[in-house]
Design a binder for this molecule. Structure first.
Ligand SMILES: NC(=O)C1=CN([C@@H]2O[C@H](COP(=O)(O)OP(=O)(O)OC[C@H]3O[C@@H](n4cnc5c(N)ncnc54)[C@H](OP(=O)(O)O)[C@@H]3O)[C@@H](O)[C@H]2O)C=CC1
Ligand SMILES: O=C1O[C@H](COP(=O)(O)O)[C@@H](O)[C@H](O)[C@H]1O
Length: 514
């Protein structure tokens, strides 16, 4: 039976393997002593290893300036693996450790990279085939992206047979100019085909789900435009502040940290036209078209906030790594407009904040009012796609109140993943993206032109916030643990959002079990 007719509903081109690495592969993690490597990259590699997704005989080499012996690196690399007290997991961890090794060296000198190369060659000398593949993962601060990508190319690149790939993490610059500089510098050494720019939101299950929800459901596809949709909110909320990361964060602020990349990526997938296929370039071509239709954010479409001490929690300025009197926004709401026939006039409100009342990332699509006449003040439909925590898709809709009344009541059609897909294991974003890199599939990575258009949308407002053309705007204070600045509800309302708080009831006990 052809795959596209399979009963399981396989989407053939989504499963395509491109230039998949099957054996003789080394994954080199630069910045292996750092937080990202410890918390995300190495646990994701373990996740792939235990599920049998790593190519046969894969080796993982950690590289950083910190001096560490093998035992220390093994400990560090496995310290964030969940469930290590389970005997089966413990055995898998022991097997994973056999794949690990560590080299310490600098990021700016060629000799260190020669030393690393000698270590890689020694591992490869035990492989049977001469064709060896190397994946270089840069879990590093952006200040060293350029020298490291240059040194890898000059000292560690496999030139005879085999495949080289480089994975780069955000931030990809601070504005259009710096992003272009970074991009063109790395491009001197690495082709677009070899480069995988990670935005880890593209690896999240519910973000990947957007394409299927939109294009595999005629009912949803039919109302996906300005005729039915009043406004869209894409929301990122974290219940903790920048504690300990204040020094780094102050240089970036909330728009660069989350909105310009993660939320904008979600927006493009939510609004792009249907791609011709699920091939990487077809998807990315459509994403770029949407980005090109979005003009730069205006000051009037921007709300900024900064958290202050409350409920025994410190304010942003109480962190001694933050410059005194900093006006860096820890909260931002920005409204984007898409000038194309599908979306003209629909506001897309992208909002993100630290130290808020809850942890939540969601897309909330609010539909227009029903025609007045037979109903008065009836709640609007809302389609909510909760990206995290507890993945869910629910449609808030009106139904007849059960019983001998003809009255409408807001209720929901609810697809909560943990209830519906009880056996499913949702992969970590990094597992999914590293696997895509091994498969050579760029669909969920950021292409160079995407990045350029993304920066064009945000650079003017960022320069205004940075005080490039005058005084820096002062963010509105909000208490740690609140919903955000007091102006928030007014801001959303001005774009047509209507909240039906009195009528809607969701039994809270349901949430506790999720
Ligand atoms: N499958 C599931 O898990 C389902 C869960 N539910 C639950 O039902 C509850 C209600 O659902 P829903 O309406 O979608 O979500 P919320 O009530 O959390 O939020 C609705 C919208 O109103 C805003 N809002 C929240 N509190 C206030 C407030 N005090 N004043 C003004 N605006 C506010 C929110 O913005 P902001 O985030 O900025 O505060 C959000 O945009 C939620 O807990 C939801 O998780 C409902 C259906 C299915
Ligand atoms: O890139 C970033 O993302 C994290 C949030 O990621 P999540 O997967 O936990 O949602 C955010 O905390 C961080 O500030 C930002 O740089």
């Amino acid at each position: 039976m052809p795959r596209e007719r399979s009963m399981s509903g396989t989407i053939p081109s989504m499963e395509t393997t491109h230039d998949e690495l099957k054996d003789n592969t080394i994954i080199i993690v630069f910045g292996a002593s750092g937080d990202l490597a410890k918390k995300k990259t190495l646990p994701a590699l373990f996740g792939l290893f235990r599920q049998g997704f790593l190519p046969r005989d894969t080796h993982i080499v950690g590289y950083a300036r910190t001096k560490m012996d093998q035992a220390e690196f093994e400990k560090r690399a496995t310290s964030n693996i969940k469930g290590a007290d389970d005997p089966e997991t413990a055995n898998q961890i022991e097997a994973f450790k056999q794949r690990l090794s560590y080299v310490s060296g600098g990021y700016e000198d060629g000799e260190s990279f020669d030393k690393l190369n000698a270590h890689l060659q020694e591992i490869e000398s035990h492989y049977q085939s001469k064709e060896c593949n190397r994946i270089f993962y840069l879990a590093l601060p952006p200040t060293v992206f350029i020298p490291v990508s240059q040194h890898i190319k000059e000292h560690c690149y496999v030139s005879k047979g085999g495949v080289n790939r480089i994975i780069i993490e955000k931030p990809f610059g601070k504005d259009l100019e710096s992003a272009r500089h970074l991009l063109s510098s790395v491009k001197q050494y690495w082709t677009e085909d070899e480069t995988f720019r990670i935005d880890h939101y593209l690896g999240k299950e519910m973000v990947k789900n957007l394409l299927v929800l939109r294009f595999a459901n005629v009912a949803l596809g039919a109302c996906w435009d300005k005729n039915y949709i009043s406004n869209v909110q894409i929301t990122f909320k974290e219940p903790f502040g920048t504690e300990g990361r204040g020094g780094y964060f102050d240089e970036f602020g909330m728009i660069r940290d989350v909105i310009q990349n993660h939320l904008l990526q979600v927006l493009t997938i939510l609004t792009m036209e249907r791609p011709v296929s699920f091939a990487a370039e077809d998807i990315r071509d459509e994403k770029v078209k949407v980005l090109r239709s979005i003009p730069p954010v205006e000051k009037e479409d921007c709300l900024l906030g900064q958290y202050v001490s409350a409920n025994g929690k410190p304010g942003y300025l109480d962190d001694n790594t933050v410059p005194p009197n900093s006006v860096c926004p820890t909260y931002a709401a920005t409204t984007l407009w898409i000038h194309n026939p599908r979306w003209e006039g629909v506001p897309f409100i992208l909002k993100a904040g630290k130290a808020l009342n809850e942890a939540k990332v969601e897309v909330r699509i609010q539909f227009k009012d029903v025609t007045q006449g037979i109903f008065k003040d009836i709640a609007r439909n809302e389609l909510v796609i909760r990206i995290q925590p507890s993945e869910a898709v629910y449609l808030k809709m009106n139904a007849k109140t059960p019983g001998l009344y003809t009255r409408a009541i807001p209720t929901e059609m609810d697809l909560t993943y943990k209830r519906r897909f009880t056996e499913a294991k949702i992969p970590e974003a990094y597992e999914s993206l590293i696997l895509d890199t091994l498969r050579g599939d760029h669909s969920n990575f950021v292409r160079h032109d995407e990045l350029d258009y993304a920066w064009k949308i945000f650079t003017p407002i960022l320069h205004w916030i940075d005080g490039k053309n005058g005084q820096r705007p002062k963010p509105s204070p909000y208490p740690y643990g609140s919903r955000g600045p007091k102006e928030l509800d007014g801001f959303i309302k001005k774009y047509g959002y209507k909240r039906a708080d009195d009528a809607y009831f969701w039994p809270v006990t349901n949430m506790a079990s999720l």
